[in-house]
Design a protein around this ligand. Structure first.
Ligand code: SF4
Ligand code: SF4
Length: 61
């Protein structure tokens, strides 16, 4: 089974969920509310990966 790389640290993902913690409130799990984003007329975001339909089905099994 292929291991997933951690998005925060130089290691494989250990499932700690630290990357899910809100940037503004350490007691909150991110719900994508957008409050940490300074969105005006437009915004630029960096994406790590686009998940295809086949991979998405594997992840939801
Ligand atoms: S769950 Fe933890 S180990 Fe996995 S990507 Fe997020 S921060 Fe890294
Ligand atoms: S989108 Fe909302 S919940 Fe997620 S990190 Fe930003 S402020 Fe926190």
């Amino acid at each position: 089974m292929e291991s997933r790389k951690c998005v925060l640290y130089d290691r494989d993902c250990i499932g700690c969920l630290e990357c899910e913690i809100c940037d503004l409130d350490p007691n909150k799990i991110c719900d994508n509310c957008g409050k940490c984003l300074d969105i005006k007329d437009y915004a630029t975001i960096r994406i790590d990966k686009i998940v295809g339909l086949g991979e998405q089905k594997k992840r939801t099994k």
